[in-house]
Write a protein that binds this ligand. Structure first.
Ligand SMILES: Nc1ncnc2c1ncn2[C@@H]1O[C@H](COP(=O)(O)OP(=O)(O)OP(=O)(O)O)[C@@H](O)[C@H]1O
Ligand SMILES: [Mg+2]
Length: 250
């Protein structure tokens, strides 16, 4: 077996008296597609935000390529090759579509004091990557405040496509989308995976999770309730693991 790309050990997150996560261990290998499922409030988004550097765990540690890593900010996570599509659509409202995709990684041209952001190249790259998602989108220079939920999701997903990330975290990437757009997103997830990215997919759409993933991790009330190869379970088993009607066989 290949070594884990990322390993999380004993992750806990408390919000006052609320234990959003308790002692969660998790690992993912390069190219692996892992489904993260659980009821509302089970801790899925909190866990992904911890991996994305957006939430600081109360306790626990992360390792990347076998070395300890601190994910103190989203910037740290991005530098480590981790990209996230947030459920609450974490775009910067004061930036344009293109700026949201680049987030400080804008291509430049010229040299020394003549160095400038290459807006033409940015626009072309953004149009190309958005085109592959076939989502009808205003100009790359448009402010994202004017976008629909689905369009915002497409912008966030484009960020993952353009940057060839090592670990992609998708929190309900199809939640705001119609049937056709969802199918496109599924295709994009397959492409990202085929390109070698490790992917964590959070979704309440169990058939989709079963169709796409290699392994399924179930969170229940902030704890890991199961970690099973997708090939070993059906929809009924997954639902039972989510609700607690069934415990994972030891
Ligand atoms: N910023 C916060 N402050 C206080 N409590 C929080 C905060 N964020 C999450 N929680 C609580 O932590 C728990 C886990 O929430 P989380 O958003 O991780 O669930 P989830 O599994 O993503 O649920 P859903 O499927 O509804 O998106 C919930 O009880 C939630 O109310
Ligand atoms: Mg959530």
């Amino acid at each position: 077996m290949t070594a884990p790309l990322l390993k999380a050990s004993g992750i806990a997150k408390h919000y006052g008296a609320v234990r959003a996560l308790s002692d969660v261990d998790f690992e993912i290998r390069p190219g692996e597609l892992v489904g993260l499922v659980g009821d509302n409030g089970a801790g899925k988004s909190t866990f992904v935000k911890a991996l994305a550097g957006a939430v600081q765990p109360t306790s626990g540690t992360f390792e990347l390529d076998g070395k300890p890593i601190r994910l103190a900010s989203p910037q740290d996570a991005r530098e480590a090759g981790i990209e996230t599509v947030y459920q609450d659509l974490g775009l910067c409202d004061n930036l344009t579509v293109a700026e949201n995709i680049y987030l400080g990684r804008e291509p430049t041209r010229g040299w020394g004091p003549w160095r400038r952001v290459d807006r033409r190249r940015m626009g072309a790259e953004v149009r190309e990557v958005l085109g592959t998602l076939s989502i009808n989108m205003p100009d790359p220079g448009a402010q994202v405040t004017a976008l629909s939920g689905g369009q915002r999701q497409a912008v966030a997903l484009s960020r993952c496509k353009l940057w060839q990330r090592r670990l992609v975290l998708l929190d309900e990437p199809t939640a705001a989308l119609g049937v056709q757009e969802s199918a496109r997103v599924v295709e994009t997830i397959r492409e990202l995976s085929a390109a070698g990215a490790a992917i964590v997919l959070i979704s309440h759409d169990i058939p989709m999770v079963l169709a796409l993933t290699d392994r399924i991790v179930v969170l229940r009330k902030g704890s890991k309730a199961a970690d099973v190869p997708t090939a070993d379970v059906g929809e009924h088993d997954v639902v039972a693991l989510i609700t607690g009607a069934k415990r994972e066989a030891a």
